[in-house]
Design a protein around this ligand. Structure first.
Ligand SMILES: [Mg+2]
Length: 296
């Protein structure tokens, strides 16, 4: 993208989506709990907010509920409100409600998965009774961050799928950036295994799905072309931007490098590559006016 086109696109941005792990912070565990803030991240959040743009932070982790993630990020000095946090579990709950209303759903994961299903009053199958042999009649199996998924749960899930339930998964990212070592993904591992034993495909509802983008756009209250997506993963964030017409920026403090971006296929290529959130702040500052009067 040439400099004039980039300036024009940046000036048109009304909503910004930040990835969490590898973009705003580096932590040792999933879902942005704890960790350390990456340079420029606090300033980036403040710049977006003070320039009157809407913002969202969107992790593909489903281990924690949005308010828990927001609380953790605030504890690290990032000015994030509860309603600004999106997870694939939020997308899953909203999608399941639209597709299946009050039909029974088998949901695997902890509080991060169940919080939004409960909030919406969805008909989630009692797992203890299902594990005891009670028929589930589930129309969908939704796989999230379930570190206790063993043989018994696999049996229940597979029986539901073989009886006609669809398989959904929060994220099938193999890994995500962390402070000290590569963190492996759990939900994709389970979904791939369930798909293997049932010979039925699964559908991802987290980034970069169309469902995730639709809910992001609704939350930000702007059109897809007015959205800027910044993250450290070409497959999760840059492809979501590419598919939707949003402006896509890769920050190279996590999973993917500038060289990865250079050789990426067209459907994953970012519009811009920055080496830090500090560089992102410099870029966005060029087209940003504060919308609130400065204190004198
Ligand atoms: Mg990331």
């Amino acid at each position: 993208m040439n400099p004039e086109e980039l300036t024009r696109r940046l000036a048109a941005v009304r909503g910004v989506m930040f990835d969490i792990d590898g973009c705003l912070i580096l932590s040792d565990g999933p879902s942005g709990l704890g960790g350390s803030v990456l340079p420029g991240a606090r300033e980036a959040i403040d710049l977006v907010r003070n320039s009157g743009r809407n913002l969202a932070v969107f992790t593909n982790g489903s281990g924690q509920a949005p308010h828990q993630i927001a609380d953790s990020l605030r504890g690290l000095g990032l000015d994030i409100r509860d309603h600004e946090v999106l997870t694939p579990a939020v997308v899953a709950a909203e999608t399941m409600q639209a597709l299946y209303q009050q039909q029974p759903l088998l949901v695997f994961g902890g509080i991060g998965m169940h919080h939004d299903f409960q909030k919406r009053g969805l008909n989630v199958v009692d797992l203890d009774r299902a594990l005891a042999g009670e028929p589930t009649n589930a129309v969908a199996v939704v796989i999230g961050w379930d570190t206790d998924f063993g043989r018994d749960k696999l049996q229940v899930a597979a029986e539901a799928v073989l009886a006609g339930a669809e398989i959904y998964c929060t994220s099938d990212a193999p890994s995500f950036a962390s402070g000290h070592r590569l963190n492996v993904g759990v939900s994709g591992f389970i979904a791939a295994g369930l798909s293997h034993v049932t010979r039925c495909p699964y559908r991802v509802l987290g980034k970069p799905s169309a469902e995730a983008m639709e809910i992001l756009v609704q939350r930000l209250g702007v059109s897809a072309e007015q959205v800027l997506i910044i993250g450290d993963d070409l497959i999760l964030e840059c492809s979501m931007a590419r598919a939707s017409g949003a402006l896509g920026i890769l920050v190279t403090t996590g999973t993917n490098s500038a060289a990865d971006a250079e050789f990426a296929p067209a459907d994953r290529k970012p519009d811009v590559v920055v080496d830090s959130m500090t560089e992102f702040v410099e870029l966005l500052s060029l087209v940003s006016e504060p919308s609130v009067p400065r204190a004198v």
